[in-house]
Write a protein that binds this ligand. Structure first.
Ligand SMILES: [Zn+2]
Length: 452
């Protein structure tokens, strides 16, 4: 069962007894956000941690301010591979089959199989925060006996930005707490390339830093769902929650700060970053730049791809190798920070300072973190084709126009003046389209008669 109007998409799967088994719904704003920020998607199933929670999962992402955005919701009454497959397939169809670069989920065989089937080109990552919280349950005895264990484990996972450093730290934790034979930790290590940041350098995850935790909908669940709340009330509240997320984003879009309040160094790099990035992205850049200035860099190889070594305080674990190409205006670092944030890391910035680069090279900036993230063509992600994507049918034309109207609404809502202007322009456009439509309908009828 499927319905689609005013940009709102809803699809319900029923079982053999005609009872609802799963559902997916996406509103026009979620679709719009996805066109800008759909590069990294998180399938949030925090409801499954608590049996009193409504079985509502959310497709979420991160906007240019580093805040959570919702790309759609799913009701999951049947948690099997085929159900997850149906939910992913249905949601992807609602998003014009535009794939994200990375797709993050909880662990689970059914989930993994469904992701592999529907998102074969995406990098499938497992949520490390969920894995960390599961560690508490699996290693209760260790957590009770050693209160510092959790922080140490968290530092190992989130604080190591290269593979050798992570492996060394992980091994030292196993030895220190006598956990070499623990089968749970062994199984986590076997799948480390799926969840440990140091191993995740081949895709993009839209996290501003390694400790940036994308907020889940669990707090909303806790505050808004109980046995006395019906599912329809819950869903209405969820829509209101989404309204507040959009309002918060719109508010942040129009707030600006004087440069002198923001700057902490005397570099052109920082000034330029403050002018292009959103506040949150700038703060990440600034922290990396300040760290960069605490590092020491040396060129170890010349040529088209110059090689540098960067380290802090002569400390070998902080040593990183960077390749820099002047011709391509690009730099590559072995750390995982760029994969997570797409903001130049401290090591690359140190090389820029040493090489006299005063402006961030364009290939090193990503529009999705800038103040202009929501302008221009919104084609983030891989478009794998849409069978009904041409403008040859009413539904496609309708969706296309709803998308444009949403953009007008977004820009027109930022101030009272913009609102009045948008209203007037839309009124005129409506009158013209209406007049033109009547004329075109008449012409179509005449040509149909003439063709008989
Ligand atoms: Zn780096």
């Amino acid at each position: 069962m499927q319905s689609e109007n005013s940009g709102f998409f809803c699809s319900i799967q029923v079982d053999s007894k005609n009872c609802v088994s799963n559902a997916v719904w996406v509103d026009a704003r979620a679709r719009m956000s996805y066109t800008y920020f759909g590069d990294a998607v998180y399938f949030d199933t925090t409801y499954s941690q608590n049996e009193n929670m409504a079985p509502v999962a959310a497709f979420t992402g991160v906007n240019h301010h580093g805040d959570t955005v919702v790309f759609g919701c799913a009701l999951i009454l049947d948690r099997t591979e085929s159900s997850y497959g149906w939910i992913f397939e249905t949601w992807l169809a609602a998003m014009d089959r535009r794939l994200p670069f990375s797709f993050t989920t909880d662990e689970g065989k059914g989930m993994a199989a469904a992701v592999a089937k529907v998102f074969p080109q995406c990098f499938h990552r497992l949520c490390r925060w969920r894995i960390l919280s599961r560690c508490k349950k699996k290693l209760t005895d260790v957590y009770t006996r050693f209160p510092g264990f959790h922080d140490e484990l968290k530092r190992c996972i989130n604080g190591c930005d290269t593979v050798p450093v992570f492996d060394m730290f992980w091994g030292s934790i196993l030895d220190k707490y006598g956990l070499r034979d623990d089968t749970w930790l062994q199984s986590l290590y076997e799948i480390r390339h799926k969840w440990v940041p140091a191993y995740l350098t081949s895709s993009f995850f839209a996290e501003l830093s390694l400790t940036h935790r994308v907020e889940t909908v669990s707090r909303f669940h806790r505050n808004n769902f109980s046995a006395r709340v019906s599912l329809s009330t819950f869903i209405n509240r969820f829509e209101q929650h989404m309204d507040s997320l959009y309002a918060n984003e719109a508010q942040k879009d129009i707030i600006s700060f004087p440069l002198e309040q923001l700057l902490k160094t005397n570099t052109v790099l920082e000034k330029q970053a403050a002018s292009i990035y959103t506040r949150s992205a700038f703060e990440t850049f600034q922290a990396e730049l300040i760290e960069a200035l605490q590092h020491f860099a040396i060129k170890v190889q010349d040529g088209p791809y110059m090689k540098y070594c960067v380290e802090r305080d002569g400390n070998p674990p902080t040593r990183h190798t960077i390749l820099y190409s002047v011709a391509e205006e690009k730099a590559w670092c072995e750390c995982c920070r760029f994969a997570f944030s797409a903001i130049p890391c401290r090591h690359v910035l140190r090389v820029f300072v040493l090489a006299g680069v005063i402006m961030i090279p364009e290939p090193c900036t990503t529009k999705r973190w800038t103040k202009k993230a929501k302008t221009g063509p919104e084609l983030i992600g891989l478009n794998v084709g849409n069978e009904s994507g041409s403008a040859n049918d009413v539904a496609s034309r309708y969706n296309d126009l709803v998308h444009d109207a949403m953009k007008c609404a977004e820009k027109g809502a930022v101030s009272a003046g913009a609102f009045r202007f948008a209203k007037e322009v839309l009124r005129k456009a409506f009158m013209e389209i209406k007049g033109l439509g009547e004329k075109l309908n008449t012409n179509d009828m005449h040509s149909a008669v003439a063709n008989r």
